[in-house]
Design a protein around this ligand. Structure first.
Ligand code: APR
Length: 315
């Protein structure tokens, strides 16, 4: 039977997700948006590319939650993106209200789905989504680390003139300026990163990775990055749908791992047919652990701010 992926939000990332899923023939797609015309128009446009691309998936646009019924995966990008000068945290109040509506729609229509949140501020939105929807925490996950790692690997590949596929790496922590690129867990052609790059160059790349989203917003002026975020979301959805059991850095619910309980944070996880099947605990040195703690503290503070906006988040 064909799989079904519902995309809540048919904006820049939602539309790109739909196109990628269609090109890769991973599943049929339901493109949902409060602005019905956007969802229907994009669905029709992508459908009309099928005779050229040879894809055999179906894609519909809708603003009715019933249409997402029995989805295997739901990916959420509903919300407003950042404008130049804004931080992801500035989106908190607006996107929290949107996530609450979306969570209710998913709970009612697709409670067994694997749910991937992309809406920012990511770590708090995914935590709120899990609480509002009541779905099991292994089925509610945030997309951040795959994107942040992809940016880090790209910058390294340009600096070191090495194909990006020869660079293994991981970025942990929250999806914000406190994210934690992990040079000690990065290999270039099998060699430790520190052996092949000067410290000053590495520091610059780490800083650029942390500000990777803002760099793009500055160019675009209207809206934020969407191609790489969508590609990252698709990799997570595909690992679940095809039970690939890839190890991917995702915002996942911690239950004692890395010394934290009851909070979402970016950590390496195995994604397979049961959702998050395992959280991998890699060893952190003192600096990495300290950076990870700073990142978690930032997420906690923002979640406290969210709880002040909506008492329903107090568990
Ligand atoms: N339900 C469904 N869709 C909604 C809702 C809602 N309650 N509110 C807004 N939307 C839709 C908008 O109509 C718009 O089409 O969400 C879409 C968001 O699309 P864009 O504005 O193009 O934003 P995008 O670049 O896709 O980013 C979406 O992901 O990475 C994050 O920071 C980014 O939070 C932002 C989100």
């Amino acid at each position: 039977m064909k799989k079904k992926i519902s995309l809540i939000g048919a904006g820049q990332i939602g539309g790109t997700l739909a196109h990628l899923i269609n090109l890769k023939e991973i599943a049929d797609v339901v493109l949902f948006d409060v602005v019905e015309g956007t969802a229907k128009g994009k669905a029709l446009d992508i459908s009309q590319s099928n005779s050229v691309d040879g894809s055999n998936t179906e894609i519909i646009g809708t603003s009715k939650y019933e249409d997402i019924k029995n989805s295997d995966v739901v990916i959420i990008t509903a919300g407003v993106p950042r404008k130049p000068g804004m931080t992801r945290d500035d989106l908190l109040g607006t996107n929290l209200k949107i996530i609450k509506q979306v969570a209710e729609g998913i709970k009612k229509n697709s409670p067994n789905a694997f749910v991937i949140c992309i809406t920012n501020p990511l770590d708090v939105m995914v935590m709120a989504l899990q609480i509002y929807s009541g779905l099991p925490s292994n089925k509610v996950v945030g997309m951040a680390g795959v994107l942040d790692t992809s940016r880090f690997r790209y910058f390294l590949s340009k600096e070191l003139k090495v194909p990006v596929k020869n660079i293994e790496s991981i970025v942990l922590g929250g999806h914000g300026d406190t994210m934690v690129p992990m040079p000690n867990h990065t290999k270039v052609n099998g060699k430790l990163l520190r052996e092949v790059i000067q410290k000053e160059k590495l520091d610059k790349i780490i800083d650029r990775t942390r500000k990777g989203g803002a760099e793009i917003i500055k160019f675009l002026e209207k809206g934020s990055a969407f191609y790489a975020p969508a590609a990252a979301g698709v990799e997570m959805a595909e690992s679940y749908i095809k039970n690939l059991k890839k190890t991917l850095p995702c915002a996942a619910y911690l239950n004692g791992e890395y010394g934290y309980k009851g909070i979402y944070a970016g950590v390496p996880v195995v994604v397979g047919k049961n959702g998050i099947e395992k959280i991998i605990e890699i060893e952190l040195d003192n600096v990495e652990k300290n950076n990870f703690d700073v990142s978690i503290k930032a997420v906690k503070e923002l979640f406290d701010a969210a709880k002040k906006i909506d008492k329903d988040l107090e568990k």
